[in-house]
Design a protein around this ligand. Structure first.
Ligand SMILES: CC(C)(COP(=O)(O)OP(=O)(O)OC[C@H]1O[C@@H](n2cnc3c(N)ncnc32)[C@H](O)[C@@H]1OP(=O)(O)O)[C@@H](O)C(=O)NCCC(=O)NCCS
Length: 366
């Protein structure tokens, strides 16, 4: 094999249609990135992409032999803006595997960005990431609050003792008043400013608008939530309601804000799940201080509290054990400060952690 060219898609003149076709042929499962509208939203429409597709391709002559999806995004770390990228859906054509192409793609990205992140790491990819100096979180923390145990039976076999313990834990949360206002997600930027000590993708108005207000498929709902007894900016909450197997469920896609308003945000989310008749509400996130709030309010960890197993995949419904996903992270020369996951704010609003499948599209024709 002659040495393949490793280059950004737009710089090589590779079209989005070519990338969609490559994914459709070589990715094991049907994925939304094989749709031009979705690929354009994720790659070109992101604010950091400035209209271009920065995915990295490997070319043998004119033939695409590999693609790594790349969405450039500013990452705030140690109070500085860093050139970050969200990586997704990395695939080398089967006949080109094991020849160093994947490794060359990672080297290219490490020369171009200061911080790289990705989720849902396969067994085939993990040795390459580890070999390239990435760190790996095998189980991203995920928590759920069951709002209706009878409805939750649609997704899990819940034995009576498990229900009793879980219901008791949830009922012991400190009562908390809240005031919530529905807003466009872009209006949450002031609440997101409180994230600065943690590492996170910068949640400015442009990113929030792209990610939530103009998503290619999903409809998100954003709220500012305040503890009425406190001053200052409230917290930001982004929710996505869904109906699966005729049962409403609620996903928390993002949650951030000053600590004094976070308890109100969680009380709002719990009340909102009950009000909407949802079976449960779930959240995935790394941020240690927020996780402490979730534990204190009796939410169940999908990883650590094994009494009830709720699936994490819904199109189709699938229970993976553990029912969560994995993350990789690389931080150039700031690794030690960056690799404290409890100080990172990574949620389902980041990377490809809340993406429709083609089965979702089939069930939601426009
Ligand atoms: C993962 C994938 C992209 C890797 O691409 P690739 O071009 O085959 O990888 P490379 O040839 O550059 O590198 C393979 C390296 O992994 C190493 N490796 C493979 N299995 C390993 C193992 N179990 N332990 C340690 N190292 C291992 C190889 O030794 C080689 O390293 P070397 O070049 O130093 O010898 C490719 O296998 C693929 O497309 N898989 C299917 C889709 C997928 O899983 N994508 C990842 C999504 S997160």
């Amino acid at each position: 094999m002659t040495q393949p060219r490793i280059i950004e898609a737009d710089a090589a003149g590779v079209s989005n249609a070519d990338i969609c076709a490559f994914y459709a042929t070589h990715w094991a499962r049907p994925i939304a990135l094989s749709r031009p509208d979705f690929l354009h939203w994720q790659m070109n429409a992101a604010p950091g992409a400035k209209g271009s597709n920065h995915s990295v391709v490997a070319l043998e002559g004119d033939r695409i032999i590999a693609v790594m999806g790349v969405t450039p995004a500013t990452f705030r770390h140690l109070r500085q803006d860093c050139a970050g990228a969200e990586l997704t859906t990395w695939v080398v054509a089967p006949d080109a595997r094991g020849k160093g192409v994947g490794k060359a793609i990672l080297q290219h990205l490490q020369g171009r960005y200061a911080i790289l992140t990705g989720a849902g790491i396969t067994g085939a990819a993990l040795p390459l990431y580890l070999g390239a100096g990435f760190t790996h979180l095998a189980q991203m923390p995920r928590f759920f609050f069951i709002a209706d145990f009878a409805k939750a039976q649609a997704f899990a076999n819940i034995p009576d003792p498990a229900q009793a313990v879980t219901a008791r834990r949830q009922s012991q949360a400190v009562p908390q008043l809240w005031r919530a206002v529905a807003v466009p997600a872009a209006a949450l930027a002031p609440a997101a400013a409180s994230l600065s000590p943690c590492g996170h993708f910068r949640r400015d108005a442009a990113r929030l608008a792209w990610r939530h207000d103009s998503h290619a498929a999903f409809r998100y709902e954003a709220f500012t939530v305040r503890d009425p007894g406190q001053t200052g900016n409230g917290s930001g909450v982004v929710l996505r309601e869904d109906t699966v197997q005729q049962t409403p469920i609620l996903h928390v896609i993002d949650l951030f804000g000053p600590p004094r308003h976070l308890r109100a945000a969680l009380a709002f989310i719990e009340d909102e799940a009950r009000r909407r008749g949802a079976a449960f509400v779930d959240i995935s996130l790394t941020a240690g201080p927020l996780i402490a709030h979730l534990r204190a309010r009796g939410w169940s960890s999908a990883v650590d509290d094994p009494l009830i197993e709720l699936p994490s995949l819904f199109y189709p419904v699938e229970l993976r054990r553990p029912p969560t996903t994995s993350l990789i992270l690389w931080g150039g020369d700031t690794q030690q400060r960056l690799y404290d996951f409890s100080r990172l704010h990574i949620t389902r609003a980041d990377m490809d952690l809340d993406r429709p499948t083609l089965a979702w599209y089939d069930q939601h024709p426009t």
